[in-house]
Design a protein around this ligand. Structure first.
Ligand code: GLP
Length: 241
């Protein structure tokens, strides 16, 4: 693992540099997109580069990490709508180039298998942007997730629902209880993983991820086994290293 500690503006520029390099060199780049507040500055930086420097996403495909189950299609916190608002509709992705797990499908197991197939057909993910939950989850792989898991239905822990209640009028009861998420095994197949964490509430999870024993109880520790991970931290998130 390469660990970079800088202020959040510098981190966003560095992450955007890595994505820009991919977009400029690959014929058919595949980007993994994360939701949550951590990647927002990266998406803003990419949008600015698209507008001011002509950085194009026209040849790229993108795959989201996860999606809530049991949320209205037009709910602003549905992850598809979040990704559309934060990046997908702000740059020039081709029609249909941004994919997400179908959390509203009748057959969630079939939707999960279908999503895995789509990622494989695209040739796998070149660069995956990741955040981390305060309990060490990545995507929605909560503590106890199999380190080899694939895209599947998961229930959210109470801690994650509390963490995400801020996006649902502060009301934990409005936060969905289920999701579809790429598995840890799926995420581990991305060629390069860029994980961004800022703020003191991530310090323990970051400590476990970088220095703790590999364990399903801290799902992000699986990244220690990945050959190309860049962990981008501000001082507060790095304070327990
Ligand atoms: C959610 C998402 C994760 C994200 C996490 C942290 O649970 N499913 O992909 O990493 O939140 O979010 P934030 O970046 O807002 O702290």
């Amino acid at each position: 693992m390469e660990v970079v500690i800088a202020d959040e503006y510098t981190l966003a520029e560095l992450a955007a540099d890595a994505i820009e390099a991919l977009l400029r060199t690959e014929a058919a780049p595949v980007i993994g997109l994360a939701t949550g507040s951590s990647p927002l500055r990266i998406y803003d930086e990419l949008t600015t580069r698209h507008k001011n420097e002509g950085l194009s996403f026209a040849r790229a495909q993108a795959f989201m990490l996860d999606e809530y189950v049991g949320i209205a299609d037009d709910h602003p916190q549905r992850y598809r709508n979040v990704i559309d608002a934060e990046i997908a509709t702000r740059v020039d992705f081709a029609e249909g180039a941004v994919h997400g797990p179908e959390g509203s499908a009748d057959d969630l197991a079939a939707a999960s298998a279908d999503y895995e197939r789509k990622i494989a057909e695209a040739g796998g993910i070149d660069l995956q942007i990741l955040g981390i939950g305060s309990d060490g989850h990545i995507a929605f792989n909560e503590p106890g997730s199999s380190l080899a898991s694939r895209t599947r239905v998961k229930s959210l822990t109470h801690q994650t629902r509390l963490d995400n209640a801020r996006f649902f009028d502060g009301d934990v009861e409005q936060v969905p209880k289920l999701c579809l998420t790429q598995g840890l095994g799926t995420i581990m197949e991305a060629k390069h993983i860029v994980l961004v964490a800022t703020g003191g509430n991530k310090a323990e999870a970051v400590h476990q991820m970088v220095e703790g024993p590999i364990s399903a109880m801290w799902p992000a520790t699986v990244l220690q086994m990945h050959p190309h991970v860049t962990v981008m931290l501000d001082d507060a998130a790095a304070s327990r290293l």
